[in-house]
Design a binder for this molecule. Structure first.
Ligand code: HH2
Length: 291
Protein backbone atom coordinates (compact mmCIF):
# COMPACT_ATOMS: atom_id res chain seq x y z
CA UNK A 1 0.00 0.00 0.00
CA UNK A 2 1.41 3.43 -0.83
CA UNK A 3 2.34 5.53 2.19
CA UNK A 4 -0.23 8.09 1.11
CA UNK A 5 -3.14 5.95 2.27
CA UNK A 6 -1.46 4.09 5.12
CA UNK A 7 -2.19 6.57 7.88
CA UNK A 8 -5.98 6.78 7.86
CA UNK A 9 -8.02 6.90 11.01
CA UNK A 10 -9.50 9.56 13.20
CA UNK A 11 -8.60 12.27 15.66
CA UNK A 12 -10.74 12.46 18.80
CA UNK A 13 -11.86 16.03 19.46
CA UNK A 14 -14.27 16.75 22.34
CA UNK A 15 -15.39 13.13 22.34
CA UNK A 16 -16.14 13.03 18.60
CA UNK A 17 -13.85 11.40 16.05
CA UNK A 18 -12.80 13.68 13.20
CA UNK A 19 -12.29 11.36 10.26
CA UNK A 20 -8.95 11.55 8.49
CA UNK A 21 -10.29 9.58 5.52
CA UNK A 22 -10.06 12.80 3.53
CA UNK A 23 -7.36 15.45 4.00
CA UNK A 24 -8.28 17.85 6.81
CA UNK A 25 -7.57 21.56 6.31
CA UNK A 26 -6.82 23.81 9.25
CA UNK A 27 -7.26 27.48 8.30
CA UNK A 28 -4.88 29.97 9.91
CA UNK A 29 -6.67 32.86 11.61
CA UNK A 30 -3.97 35.13 12.99
CA UNK A 31 -5.37 37.94 15.09
CA UNK A 32 -2.00 39.54 15.66
CA UNK A 33 -0.56 42.86 14.52
CA UNK A 34 2.77 41.21 13.59
CA UNK A 35 2.47 37.66 12.14
CA UNK A 36 5.05 37.06 9.44
CA UNK A 37 2.69 36.74 6.47
CA UNK A 38 -0.63 38.25 7.51
CA UNK A 39 0.13 40.38 10.57
CA UNK A 40 -2.40 43.17 11.07
CA UNK A 41 -4.74 42.02 8.32
CA UNK A 42 -7.26 40.24 10.52
CA UNK A 43 -6.53 41.99 13.82
CA UNK A 44 -9.84 42.87 15.52
CA UNK A 45 -13.09 40.92 15.75
CA UNK A 46 -14.84 42.05 12.54
CA UNK A 47 -11.98 41.52 10.03
CA UNK A 48 -11.20 38.23 11.79
CA UNK A 49 -14.80 37.05 11.55
CA UNK A 50 -15.03 37.84 7.86
CA UNK A 51 -11.75 35.97 7.26
CA UNK A 52 -13.16 33.06 9.31
CA UNK A 53 -16.27 32.95 7.09
CA UNK A 54 -14.03 32.81 4.01
CA UNK A 55 -11.86 30.02 5.43
CA UNK A 56 -14.93 27.93 6.28
CA UNK A 57 -16.47 28.56 2.85
CA UNK A 58 -13.16 27.42 1.32
CA UNK A 59 -13.35 24.11 3.18
CA UNK A 60 -11.51 24.51 6.47
CA UNK A 61 -12.68 21.91 9.01
CA UNK A 62 -10.77 23.65 11.81
CA UNK A 63 -9.87 27.31 12.36
CA UNK A 64 -6.63 27.91 14.25
CA UNK A 65 -6.87 31.24 16.06
CA UNK A 66 -3.50 32.71 17.03
CA UNK A 67 -3.02 35.80 19.19
CA UNK A 68 0.77 35.69 19.49
CA UNK A 69 3.20 35.60 16.59
CA UNK A 70 5.86 32.90 16.87
CA UNK A 71 7.84 34.06 13.84
CA UNK A 72 11.63 33.77 14.24
CA UNK A 73 12.93 36.48 16.57
CA UNK A 74 9.53 37.45 18.02
CA UNK A 75 9.47 38.37 21.70
CA UNK A 76 6.12 37.10 22.99
CA UNK A 77 3.25 38.84 24.79
CA UNK A 78 1.45 38.46 28.12
CA UNK A 79 -1.43 36.04 28.66
CA UNK A 80 -3.83 38.93 29.21
CA UNK A 81 -2.83 40.61 25.93
CA UNK A 82 -3.16 37.30 24.10
CA UNK A 83 -6.61 36.67 25.58
CA UNK A 84 -7.74 40.19 24.74
CA UNK A 85 -6.97 39.39 21.08
CA UNK A 86 -8.26 35.82 20.96
CA UNK A 87 -11.39 35.69 23.13
CA UNK A 88 -13.61 38.12 21.16
CA UNK A 89 -12.79 36.28 17.93
CA UNK A 90 -13.32 32.85 19.49
CA UNK A 91 -16.73 33.95 20.81
CA UNK A 92 -17.75 35.50 17.49
CA UNK A 93 -16.71 32.40 15.50
CA UNK A 94 -18.45 30.10 17.99
CA UNK A 95 -21.65 32.15 17.78
CA UNK A 96 -21.84 32.13 13.99
CA UNK A 97 -19.91 29.31 12.36
CA UNK A 98 -20.21 25.55 12.47
CA UNK A 99 -16.50 24.74 12.57
CA UNK A 100 -14.02 23.26 15.01
CA UNK A 101 -11.91 25.91 16.72
CA UNK A 102 -8.27 25.51 17.65
CA UNK A 103 -6.31 28.09 19.62
CA UNK A 104 -2.60 28.44 18.93
CA UNK A 105 -1.08 29.15 22.33
CA UNK A 106 1.93 28.19 24.43
CA UNK A 107 0.36 29.39 27.68
CA UNK A 108 -1.70 27.21 30.04
CA UNK A 109 -3.53 30.30 31.35
CA UNK A 110 -4.69 31.14 27.84
CA UNK A 111 -5.59 27.51 27.16
CA UNK A 112 -7.68 27.34 30.36
CA UNK A 113 -9.65 30.43 29.41
CA UNK A 114 -10.31 29.40 25.81
CA UNK A 115 -11.23 25.84 26.79
CA UNK A 116 -13.84 27.31 29.13
CA UNK A 117 -15.22 29.19 26.10
CA UNK A 118 -15.49 26.01 24.08
CA UNK A 119 -12.23 25.81 22.09
CA UNK A 120 -11.93 22.31 20.63
CA UNK A 121 -8.17 22.04 20.12
CA UNK A 122 -5.10 23.52 21.81
CA UNK A 123 -2.28 23.94 19.31
CA UNK A 124 0.87 24.19 21.43
CA UNK A 125 3.95 25.05 19.36
CA UNK A 126 6.11 24.58 22.46
CA UNK A 127 4.80 21.01 23.04
CA UNK A 128 4.12 21.52 26.77
CA UNK A 129 6.79 24.14 27.42
CA UNK A 130 4.40 25.49 30.08
CA UNK A 131 4.43 22.93 32.92
CA UNK A 132 0.68 23.42 33.53
CA UNK A 133 -0.39 22.84 29.94
CA UNK A 134 -0.80 19.04 30.01
CA UNK A 135 -3.04 19.08 33.11
CA UNK A 136 -5.03 22.00 31.70
CA UNK A 137 -5.85 20.12 28.49
CA UNK A 138 -6.41 16.89 30.43
CA UNK A 139 -9.12 18.64 32.48
CA UNK A 140 -11.12 19.14 29.29
CA UNK A 141 -11.94 16.72 26.49
CA UNK A 142 -10.29 18.95 23.92
CA UNK A 143 -7.64 17.75 21.50
CA UNK A 144 -3.96 18.69 21.54
CA UNK A 145 -1.38 19.44 18.85
CA UNK A 146 2.19 18.93 20.03
CA UNK A 147 4.64 20.71 17.75
CA UNK A 148 8.41 20.33 17.75
CA UNK A 149 10.53 23.38 18.43
CA UNK A 150 13.80 24.06 20.22
CA UNK A 151 14.27 27.11 22.45
CA UNK A 152 11.84 29.95 21.89
CA UNK A 153 10.91 31.92 18.77
CA UNK A 154 13.61 34.40 19.87
CA UNK A 155 16.37 31.76 20.01
CA UNK A 156 15.22 28.85 17.82
CA UNK A 157 17.10 29.70 14.64
CA UNK A 158 20.41 29.29 16.52
CA UNK A 159 19.38 25.75 17.58
CA UNK A 160 19.47 23.97 14.23
CA UNK A 161 22.24 21.46 14.87
CA UNK A 162 20.91 17.95 14.17
CA UNK A 163 22.51 14.68 13.06
CA UNK A 164 19.37 13.09 11.60
CA UNK A 165 16.70 15.77 11.80
CA UNK A 166 13.68 13.47 11.33
CA UNK A 167 14.85 10.95 13.94
CA UNK A 168 15.76 13.71 16.41
CA UNK A 169 12.49 15.56 15.98
CA UNK A 170 10.65 12.29 16.66
CA UNK A 171 12.88 11.53 19.68
CA UNK A 172 12.35 15.03 21.12
CA UNK A 173 8.57 14.88 20.63
CA UNK A 174 8.17 11.41 22.09
CA UNK A 175 8.59 12.42 25.79
CA UNK A 176 6.12 15.29 25.22
CA UNK A 177 3.51 12.86 23.95
CA UNK A 178 4.23 10.61 26.95
CA UNK A 179 3.92 13.60 29.31
CA UNK A 180 0.53 14.54 27.87
CA UNK A 181 -0.73 10.96 28.12
CA UNK A 182 0.58 10.63 31.69
CA UNK A 183 -1.33 13.81 32.62
CA UNK A 184 -4.54 12.26 31.29
CA UNK A 185 -4.79 13.42 27.67
CA UNK A 186 -5.84 10.28 25.82
CA UNK A 187 -3.41 9.43 22.99
CA UNK A 188 -6.28 9.46 20.50
CA UNK A 189 -6.72 13.19 21.24
CA UNK A 190 -3.10 13.99 20.30
CA UNK A 191 -1.66 14.96 16.92
CA UNK A 192 2.06 15.64 16.36
CA UNK A 193 3.73 18.24 14.17
CA UNK A 194 7.40 18.39 13.08
CA UNK A 195 7.41 22.20 13.38
CA UNK A 196 8.36 23.32 9.90
CA UNK A 197 10.48 26.48 10.26
CA UNK A 198 10.89 26.20 14.05
CA UNK A 199 14.59 25.63 14.81
CA UNK A 200 15.09 24.22 11.30
CA UNK A 201 17.12 25.34 8.30
CA UNK A 202 15.56 25.39 4.84
CA UNK A 203 17.26 22.05 4.02
CA UNK A 204 16.05 20.51 7.28
CA UNK A 205 12.47 21.53 6.45
CA UNK A 206 12.76 19.72 3.12
CA UNK A 207 14.24 16.67 4.79
CA UNK A 208 11.50 16.60 7.43
CA UNK A 209 8.77 16.59 4.80
CA UNK A 210 10.64 14.05 2.68
CA UNK A 211 11.03 11.76 5.70
CA UNK A 212 7.86 12.59 7.62
CA UNK A 213 7.07 8.87 7.81
CA UNK A 214 9.95 8.61 10.33
CA UNK A 215 8.13 11.02 12.67
CA UNK A 216 4.72 9.41 12.14
CA UNK A 217 6.13 5.91 12.53
CA UNK A 218 8.01 6.68 15.74
CA UNK A 219 5.10 8.42 17.45
CA UNK A 220 2.14 6.43 16.14
CA UNK A 221 -0.07 9.51 15.94
CA UNK A 222 -1.42 11.44 12.94
CA UNK A 223 0.82 14.24 11.73
CA UNK A 224 -0.18 17.87 11.16
CA UNK A 225 2.02 19.77 8.69
CA UNK A 226 2.37 23.56 8.67
CA UNK A 227 4.53 24.63 5.71
CA UNK A 228 2.30 27.56 4.80
CA UNK A 229 4.18 30.55 3.32
CA UNK A 230 7.34 29.70 5.24
CA UNK A 231 10.79 30.98 4.33
CA UNK A 232 12.08 27.69 2.87
CA UNK A 233 9.42 28.03 0.14
CA UNK A 234 10.54 31.58 -0.61
CA UNK A 235 14.14 30.40 -0.77
CA UNK A 236 13.24 27.70 -3.32
CA UNK A 237 11.32 30.20 -5.44
CA UNK A 238 13.99 32.85 -5.91
CA UNK A 239 13.30 34.79 -2.75
CA UNK A 240 9.59 35.45 -3.30
CA UNK A 241 7.86 37.13 -0.33
CA UNK A 242 5.25 35.49 1.93
CA UNK A 243 2.38 36.66 -0.31
CA UNK A 244 3.81 34.74 -3.27
CA UNK A 245 4.24 31.40 -1.53
CA UNK A 246 0.74 29.89 -1.68
CA UNK A 247 1.38 27.67 -4.73
CA UNK A 248 4.66 26.51 -3.18
CA UNK A 249 2.70 25.78 0.00
CA UNK A 250 0.34 23.54 -1.98
CA UNK A 251 3.36 21.67 -3.37
CA UNK A 252 4.69 21.06 0.13
CA UNK A 253 1.27 19.86 1.32
CA UNK A 254 0.86 17.41 -1.58
CA UNK A 255 4.37 16.06 -0.91
CA UNK A 256 3.33 15.55 2.72
CA UNK A 257 0.10 13.84 1.67
CA UNK A 258 2.10 11.43 -0.48
CA UNK A 259 3.99 10.44 2.67
CA UNK A 260 0.98 9.94 4.94
CA UNK A 261 0.15 13.39 6.33
CA UNK A 262 -3.62 13.93 6.70
CA UNK A 263 -3.87 17.34 8.45
CA UNK A 264 -2.60 20.59 6.90
CA UNK A 265 -2.40 24.06 8.46
CA UNK A 266 -2.56 26.70 5.72
CA UNK A 267 -3.40 30.37 5.18
CA UNK A 268 -5.16 29.87 1.81
CA UNK A 269 -7.47 26.91 2.25
CA UNK A 270 -9.25 26.61 -1.08
CA UNK A 271 -6.32 25.88 -3.39
CA UNK A 272 -4.74 23.53 -0.87
CA UNK A 273 -8.00 21.63 -0.29
CA UNK A 274 -8.67 21.20 -3.99
CA UNK A 275 -5.12 20.04 -4.76
CA UNK A 276 -5.11 17.65 -1.81
CA UNK A 277 -8.49 16.14 -2.72
CA UNK A 278 -7.39 15.46 -6.29
CA UNK A 279 -4.02 14.04 -5.23
CA UNK A 280 -5.73 11.93 -2.55
CA UNK A 281 -8.14 10.47 -5.12
CA UNK A 282 -5.18 9.48 -7.31
CA UNK A 283 -3.37 7.87 -4.38
CA UNK A 284 -6.54 5.93 -3.49
CA UNK A 285 -6.79 4.72 -7.07
CA UNK A 286 -3.15 3.67 -6.91
CA UNK A 287 -3.87 1.76 -3.68
CA UNK A 288 -6.89 0.05 -5.24
CA UNK A 289 -4.62 -1.26 -7.98
CA UNK A 290 -2.54 -2.87 -5.23
CA UNK A 291 0.69 -1.24 -6.25
N1 HH2 B 1 3.37 27.58 12.34
C1 HH2 B 1 3.12 28.82 12.81
C2 HH2 B 1 2.26 28.99 13.90
N2 HH2 B 1 1.67 27.93 14.49
N3 HH2 B 1 1.29 25.61 14.62
C3 HH2 B 1 1.53 24.37 14.17
N4 HH2 B 1 0.94 23.32 14.76
N5 HH2 B 1 2.36 24.14 13.12
C4 HH2 B 1 3.00 25.15 12.46
O1 HH2 B 1 3.78 24.87 11.53
C5 HH2 B 1 2.78 26.49 12.92
C6 HH2 B 1 1.89 26.67 14.02
C7 HH2 B 1 3.74 30.01 12.16
O2 HH2 B 1 2.95 30.49 11.13
P1 HH2 B 1 1.94 31.72 11.26
O3 HH2 B 1 0.86 31.42 12.24
O4 HH2 B 1 1.47 32.09 9.92
O5 HH2 B 1 2.86 32.92 11.73
P2 HH2 B 1 3.07 33.68 13.10
O6 HH2 B 1 3.63 32.72 14.10
O7 HH2 B 1 4.04 34.80 12.74
O8 HH2 B 1 1.74 34.21 13.56
Amino acid sequence: MPLAVANLGAWLIRGRPLSLERPVLVGVLNVTPDSFSDGGRFHGAEPALSRARQLVADGARILDIGGESTRPGSAGISASEELARVLPVLRAVRAELDVLVSVDTRKAAVARAVLAEGADVINDVSALGDPDMAATVADSDAALVLMHMRGTPATMQSLTSYGDVAAEVAAELEPRVAMAVAAGVGAERIVVDPGIGFAKTAEQNLELIARIDVVAGALGRPVLLGPSRKAFIGALLGGVGADGRDAGTVGACVAGLARGVRIFRVHEVRAAREALEVADAIFRTEAAWGR
